[in-house]
Design a protein around this ligand. Structure first.
Ligand SMILES: [Zn+2]
Length: 145
């Protein structure tokens, strides 16, 4: 597949790695940068496009914006229990993971989410290849098919 489409987005997201022995064991946040790479299966002979960037951006933004200004936590983390009991907080922004909310876990979750959205929105001609999650300028986790 010679063509690839790339869509980027970012979000300000808090998390805590309850099993991390140092700083990441504290509740803290990052400005994450996300890069989504799509394999183009077919180029439409009329439009000349593999997919409409606006449709891909809609999917990417829907998924990332759920996490933006939110807090990702392991469902087994006592902090998760504490926060979901606080009715003064926006509960939709306290997001539980089945495990540690690492950049690796986020990349996999986003990859699965994009694959699901492509299918349910009947977007053909592209598949999700990889998701890069940049936690800092120098640290990135990738999940790929
Ligand atoms: Zn962190």
């Amino acid at each position: 597949m010679p063509h690839e489409l790339v869509v980027k987005h970012h979000g300000h997201i808090a998390h805590r790695l309850m099993h991390h022995p140092t700083g990441c064991g504290n509740l803290h946040g990052h400005t994450y940068h996300f890069q989504f790479s799509f394999d183009v299966l077919d180029i439409d002979p009329v439009t000349g496009m593999g997919a409409d960037f606006s449709e891909l951006k809609k999917i990417v933004r829907k998924l990332v914006d759920k996490w933006d200004h939110g807090c990702l936590l392991n469902r087994k983390d006592p902090v998760f229990e504490l926060l979901i009991q606080r009715s003064s907080l926006d509960q939709s922004k306290i997001i539980g993971f089945d495990g540690e909310p690492t950049a690796e876990a986020m990349a996999k979750e986003l990859w699965l989410g994009v694959a699901h959205e492509l299918h349910s929105n009947h977007i053909s001609g592209v598949t999700i290849r990889s998701v890069d999650v940049w936690e800092t300028d120098v640290n990135c986790a990738t999940y790929r098919s």
